[in-house]
Design a protein around this ligand. Structure first.
Ligand code: NAD
Ligand code: TYD
Length: 367
């Protein structure tokens, strides 16, 4: 049987922020179904996929990427033309407080997923299907470590120098993916992307946290002096880049994806607060930037990330479409319109974790 673009793909971590955005995007653009394997950790929320309830193109399976028999069954049963691995523990602060889960999912889980994909791929009898198969691993620019101000952005040639347990675990996974290609010829692709923002991001990450706290008149915690720099990309642009790399990327290669929108954390906070001031004229907390609270810095806090997207631009024609000004406005509006979503995902387990690890510190402690 020849592989076609209508064949299924297996997406892992599709109930999380980027994975959910990717599945919506994919199903608008492609015919083939998506098998979504997600463990539903605190960050995975089936509600993110509620818009696909009646869409037969989305098949949800609750499970762990490290569960080899389950992964083997899914591959055998659905015969996907690609695996796209989003599943991960993704929050740097959590990795500082409890790195174990990061090693288990990001390193061990990715290893097991790779091994089962390799077995499935090597046993494909049809050469067309075998040649067409791809394992796309979604990774981060944080594996490259931290840039000084004025240093050139990270390229695919930059050395790995991860500084947090999160970035170290992602770096380890990237190396396993590389080894699967170099040693066994598994047709892999790796993407290293900068900070994403947009709908469905868990409100422990900076941008949704600002909106969530500002809505309640709680402090907006700024680590250190707020001068750390990130290169922000609207999530839909990331999803488009992944689809492009899957279709046209050269096997075994790495593609860096960035927004070309470097901002300090304070610039981000002021931008979000200004939009909140405008969209919430009756808020008792205006001006919302009066809620800024400087707190103790994150240990090992990387100063600056910036991505050189020249390769994916030149070779595959991808460029970000959303400007920061338009993307951040859409994003703030989405969180204001989806207050119920925030309430649901910040209930229960998340609050317990926050209280256990931060107590009151995150919103009240001055430097
Ligand atoms: P997220 O934390 O929002 O979602 C992760 C998803 O993976 C959740 O649905 C969770 O339930 C699931 N998951 C966790 N462990 C699992 C396991 N063992 N088996 C199956 N599912 C599991 O993360 P995100 O922000 O959507 O990031 C997705 C991927 O993109 C990650 O690999 C991350 O490293 C990478 N990335 C994220 C960013 C960013 O700015 N968020 C930037 C670059 C790269
Ligand atoms: P985050 O969203 O956690 O992403 P990452 O650490 O992967 O870049 O943080 C983005 C930046 O915002 C980072 O420099 C840390 C900073 N930050 C704060 O200042 N306060 C906060 O409460 C959070 C969550 C992050």
């Amino acid at each position: 049987m020849k592989s076609t673009n209508d064949d299924p793909i297996l997406v892992t971590g599709g109930a999380g922020f980027i994975g959910a955005n990717f599945i919506y995007y994919w199903l608008q653009k492609e015919q083939g179904p998506v098998i979504n394997l997600d463990k539903l950790t605190y960050a995975g929320n089936p509600g993110n996929l509620a818009g696909l309830k009646d869409n037969p193109g989305h098949i949800f399976v609750r499970g762990d990427i490290a569960d080899r028999p389950l992964v083997a069954d899914l591959l055998r049963h659905y015969q996907p033309r690609a695996v796209i691995n989003f599943a991960a523990e993704s929050h740097v602060d959590r990795s500082i407080h409890g790195p174990d889960a990061f090693i288990q999912t990001n390193v061990v889980g990715t290893f097991h997923l790779l091994e089962e994909a390799r077995k499935y791929w090597s046993e494909l009898a049809d050469n067309n299907r075998k040649n067409a198969f791809r394992f796309l691993h979604v990774s981060t620019d944080e594996v490259y470590g931290s840039l000084g101000k004025g240093e050139p952005p990270f390229s695919e040639k930059s050395g790995y120098a991860p500084n947090s347990p999160y970035s170290a675990s992602k770096a380890a996974a990237d190396h396993l993916v590389r080894a699967a290609w170099k040693t066994y010829g598994l047709p892999t692709l790796t993407t290293n992307c900068s900070n994403n923002y947009g709908p469905f991001q868990f409100p422990e990450k900076l941008i949704p946290l600002i909106i969530h706290n500002a809505r309640q008149g709680a402090g907006i915690p700024v680590y250190g002096d707020g001068g750390n720099i990130r290169d922000w990309l609207y999530v839909k642009d990331h999803c488009r880049a992944i689809r492009t790399v899957l279709a046209e990327g050269r096997v075994g290669e790495v593609y860096n994806i960035g927004g070309g929108q470097e901002k300090t954390n304070l610039e981000i906070i002021h931008a979000v607060c200004a939009i909140l001031d405008e969209l919430l004229p009756d808020s008792p907390w205006r001006p919302h930037n009066s809620l800024i609270t400087f707190v103790r810095d994150r240990p090992g806090h990387d100063l600056r990330y910036a991505i050189d997207s020249d390769k994916i631009g030149r070779k595959l024609g991808w460029r970000p479409e959303e400007s920061f000004a338009s993307g951040i406005r859409k994003t703030v509006a989405w969180y204001l319109e989806n207050q119920g979503w925030i309430t649901r995902v910040t209930g229960g387990e998340y609050q317990e974790w926050l209280n256990r690890n931060y107590g009151e510190r995150q919103c009240t402690e001055e430097e």
